[in-house]
Design a protein around this ligand. Structure first.
Ligand code: NAG
Ligand code: NAG
Ligand code: NAG
Ligand code: NAG
Ligand code: NAG
Ligand code: NAG
Ligand code: NAG
Length: 651
């Protein structure tokens, strides 16, 4: 043995002794020999649940995580929605409800490991699958590919996010055991290996060589062909309906050895406006979960708690079908964090395979019925246009999209004049299906109809040449899955009147949330002689009301649900917090979850509604109602369910 080798051996022995004296440093890896994970040198299996911090008010993070821990989970899985943190290029927000580091610290404090899914694309039934809509500033950008502009934006974002995550990796003393790269990439048409290779290198460069990086795909060989990549551990996802043996055989196609992992075991399923509420039986979930745990698989339950799509954050599927505000998902913890029968069924299964913590489970939070709140009509959107349009109007010959107008979410008002006399009903149409996604049409301030993407492409108008034509266009949420994710909003193609394209538009980007927050909306003008609408519609208008939390009742404020009897479709805020969209006329969701954290005992609580189709205050129905019971499953008959969307068509 040479002196050099001897020195090396002595040095290594010294290092070993040093490490032993300090205790082993934390480690987490894939054990290919024993088909498992390995944590601090020991074989390890995770039983995890998905929770999206972006769908739960921060005040409730601890409660939900604790309930997950008490169910016997040893890990949680979360997505990081890029568009939630970088709403405009280079302006990052990690404060308040967006405090991702705060969320990770809380998980660690409670004793939960973390499976992090930072995207860049996340699907998740989230607007544009988490990609920022401003990427569409390059009109023909190929998202989720090697498109240089897309890559440049991804590099910049990951250059911000991943260094922030690095200290939270398990081997650095944090709780993140694995990090997913992209998401179900094998289901995307592009199949761009250079893109996946680029991401793989980027993640390694920022996070180091040690962290376990992984991919997730549908449990079919065809998905894994484009979704998996050398150096990224391939996992699969499937629900209780799947053949478990066959599903894991698909994973074995990409990973002949290593732990079996179902990264998304579906405890429930998503909803769409106008389709039936999805439910999955506890028995089916329990049976399948038990089978997977019995064969030693690692499982993440998607979702363990779904939460809510507050504001405008819901996504949509293609052909266009938007998801509602509630993301309850029929998960074991309800939208409001309530313990369900499914929660206990899952806990009983976990108990057969691993230790479940003793001690009390945090109880279901009490709900309070604050009762009926009388509402009062304020200005219409047309009355308030100047107030709502902070940047002033933009004029152009042909209509521009939300992206052209630099607006992400909400509503844009498009205005022009009727160029000809329409004494007979004349079709106002979007021949190329360019209403993205719903438009409220009025002529001389009288509501004349509603246009809707894929559903209603034409409405008749009458009026004199020179009459004012207003089209208020609502962005109902961007497509989050498949090849149609370049989902431009607004009027994305020309609108015709009879045979001619309408021109000379004046467009108003509306800052409705800011106006609501700052109390800028005025009262209805007193002497109004609105012409009756020929079609039983009212022009979009604001309404307000307020309620106080009763005195002398302990533990108020409590959570509640709001419903809007007699209202049809719109948006609702409480104390300036955008609770989301309501659309009881279409269902299945009827009530919206109102977390206690947005309510005040110090001042009256202010309810603002933007109703798009009717005026309940012209009758006796002008109230909103706070109740203790959620209704997410009101039957709807007029629209066929998107059967195709209820399964991922595996294998
Ligand atoms: C794998 O497990 C076997 C026993 O099942 C054990 O003898 C062996 O040491 C394990 N391998 C590793 C690499 O830990
Ligand atoms: C499940 O898949 C396996 C493997 O492909 C097959 O042998 C088995 O028959 C399937 N079971 C059922 C119930 O279809
Ligand atoms: C519209 O009709 C009025 C009479 O009702 C007529 O004076 C006017 O010239 C017509 N305008 C156009 C643009 O045809
Ligand atoms: C528009 O009016 C024409 C003529 O009255 C009628 O045939 C047609 O059905 C109407 N279209 C719509 C969409 O109401
Ligand atoms: C509207 O039509 C004009 C003329 O054909 C065309 O140049 C323009 O691109 C169209 N605009 C949209 C938004 O489709
Ligand atoms: C509701 O609005 C009133 C009047 O603008 C204001 O005084 C009050 O503070 C608001 N309530 C809350 C909880 O912000
Ligand atoms: C909706 O859910 C409630 C509570 O689970 C249930 O009692 C009711 O039968 C359901 N209604 C429909 C139409 O499915």
């Amino acid at each position: 043995m040479s002196a050099f080798r001897l020195n090396t051996v002595i040095l290594m022995l010294m290092l070993l002794l040093f490490e032993l004296s300090l205790g082993e440093s934390p480690s987490f890896s894939v054990d290919y020999e024993n088909n498992s994970f390995r944590k601090d040198g020991e074989q390890f299996r995770y039983i995890s649940g998905s929770i999206h911090y972006s769908r739960i008010p921060r005040a409730y993070w601890r409660d939900r995580l604790l309930k997950m821990y008490m169910a016997g989970l040893n890990a949680i899985q979360t997505y990081v929605p890029w568009n939630y943190h970088e709403e405009s290029p280079g302006r990052y927000d990690f404060s308040g409800d967006k405090d991702l580091e705060g969320f990770l610290k809380l998980a660690q404090e409670i004793g939960l490991l973390v499976i992090l899914r930072p995207g860049p694309y996340i699907c998740a039934e989230w607007d544009m699958g988490g990609l920022p809509a401003w990427l569409l500033n390059k009109k023909n950008i190929v998202l989720r590919s090697s498109d240089p502009d897309y890559i440049a934006a991804v590099d910049k974002w990951m250059g911000k996010l991943l260094p922030m995550m690095k200290p939270y990796l398990y081997q650095n003393g944090g709780s993140i055991i694995t990090v997913q790269v992209e998401n179900e990439y094998g289901s995307y048409f592009a199949c761009d290996f250079n893109y996946m290779r680029h991401l793989s290198k980027l993640f390694r460069a920022h996070l180091g060589d040690e962290v376990v990086l992984f991919t997730t795909d549908g449990a079919g060989v065809n998905y894994l062909k484009c979704g998996s990549m050398q150096g990224l551990y391939a996992t699969v996802d499937f629900g209780p309906g799947a053949n478990i043996t066959a599903a894991f055989q698909a994973q074995r196609y990409a990973e002949p050895k290593g732990p079996l992992v179902n990264s998304e075991f579906y405890t429930g399923w998503l909803d769409h406006w106008g389709s039936r509420h999805s439910v999955v039986s506890s028995a089916a979930v329990a049976k399948s979960l038990s089978h997977m745990l019995a064969i030693g698989a690692n499982v993440n339950m998607y979702m363990f708690i779904g939460g809510s799509n507050f504001g405008y954050w819901n996504g949509a599927n293609s052909p266009y079908a938007a998801q509602p505000t509630s993301y309850d998902y029929d998960a074991p913890l309800s939208e409001a964090g309530d313990l369900t029968e499914k929660y206990f069924a899952i806990r009983d299964v976990i108990r057969m395979y691993s230790k479940v913590p003793e001690g009390p489970i945090p109880p279901t939070t009490p709900k309070y019925a604050y009762g009926s709140v009388k509402m009062k009509k304020l200005q219409t959107v047309l009355d308030a246009t100047e107030t709502l349009s902070f940047s002033g109007p933009v004029k152009s010959t042909y209509p521009q999209t939300f992206t052209d107008l630099n607006q992400g979410f909400g509503f844009v008002l498009y205005r022009t004049k009727l160029p000809v006399n329409c004494s007979q009903p004349t079709p106002l149409s979007s021949p190329l299906n360019g209403i993205h996604d719903r438009a409220y049409v009025s002529v001389d301030r009288v509501a004349v109809g509603v246009l809707e993407r894929n559903k209603v492409l034409s409405v008749n108008v009458t009026g004199k040449a020179g009459s004012q034509l207003d089209i208020l266009v609502e962005n109902m949420g961007r497509i989050n899955y498949g090849r149609d994710i370049n989902d431009f909003k607004g009027l994305v193609s020309n609108v015709t009147l009879g045979k001619d394209s309408l021109t000379h538009w004046t467009m108003y980007s509306l800052s409705i949330d800011e106006a609501v927050r700052n109390g800028l909306l005025g009262e209805e003008p007193p002497t109004r002689t609105d012409q009756a609408s020929p079609v039983a519609l009212s022009p979009p208008a604001f309404y307000k009301g307020s309620f106080i939390i009763p005195y002398g009742i302990p533990d108020l404020p409590q959570d509640t649900y709001v419903k809007l009897p007699g209202w049809k479709k719109g948006q609702i805020w409480i104390n300036g917090f955008n609770l989301g969209r309501y659309w009881p006329a279409r269902g299945p969701q009827v009530t919206l979850f109102v977390p206690a954290s947005i309510l005040s005992t110090a001042a009256p609580n202010n309810v603002t509604v933007l109703e798009l189709e009717v005026d309940p205050c012209s009758s006796q129905l002008c109230t909103v109602e706070f109740t203790t019971t959620p209704v997410l499953n009101a039957t709807v008959s007029e629209h066929k369910p998107h059967r195709r969307l209820f399964s991922k068509d595996f294998l």
